[in-house]
Design a protein around this ligand. Structure first.
Ligand code: SAM
Length: 181
């Protein structure tokens, strides 16, 4: 199985739908790494265009690399890259084929949808990259560049403000919840 996750810090929207670059958050890094490790994710890409922020991510990873516990096991999956293109290239080089790239959004989009189980099945035969946004989410342009999109998660209320790290855990569970092994 080859499923990877990318957390994009640019280009994303802010609350006024302006395109911005968000700051790295320690909590997202740790929690998404731990969810990723639990669900068998191959690589968790931190995508940040600002070198100083990438260095910060590497410093955090370096710190935990000296420990030898469950957090290190999760953070070992993390790769820090400047762009989504770099994440795709890294997977393409490793697997000798380009990844199938799936976007995520809290809002409904007109993009072609892929079911959670279908995406998990695809990852059994080819590399798959699930892309998450920070801030107020991935821009329309970035979403339009994806091969397909997962359906938005919805609870029974009209509150639609999951944190990206919670959304990631739920998305991964929706993909793998029917596993029997
Ligand atoms: N309004 C934003 C949007 O439309 O994407 C919410 C952004 S949310 C705080 C940040 C990221 O978390 C999203 O880019 C997506 O990756 C994920 N996310 C949050 N809620 C989600 C949901 N209901 N369904 C799918 N992904 C979600």
């Amino acid at each position: 199985v080859s499923l990877s996750v990318a957390l994009v810090h640019h280009p994303v929207y802010d609350k006024h739908k302006k395109v911005v670059t968000t700051a790295l958050t320690n909590l997202d890094l740790h929690d998404i790494a731990r969810s990723s490790r639990t669900y068998g994710v191959e690589t968790f890409f931190i995508v940040h265009p600002v070198a100083a922020q990438r260095e910060l991510a590497s410093r955090i990873l370096g710190h935990w690399n000296e420990q030898n516990d469950f957090r290190k096991m999760a953070l070992d999956l993390v790769a820090v890259v400047p762009s989504l293109a770099a994440a795709k290239e890294s997977l393409a080089a490793r697997h000798a084929q380009p990844p199938l790239v799936a976007g995520t959004a809290a809002r409904q989009t007109a993009l072609e949808k892929v079911g959670f189980g279908a995406l998990a099945a695809a990852a059994a035969t080819r590399p798959v990259l699930m892309v998450l946004g920070t801030g107020w989410g991935l821009t329309d342009e970035v979403l339009a560049s994806m091969d397909l999109c997962l359906p938005p998660l919805k609870g029974p209320s009209d509150y639609n403000h999951l944190s990206v790290r919670s959304a990631c855990a739920i998305l991964l569970d929706r993909m793998y919840r029917d596993r029997e092994d």
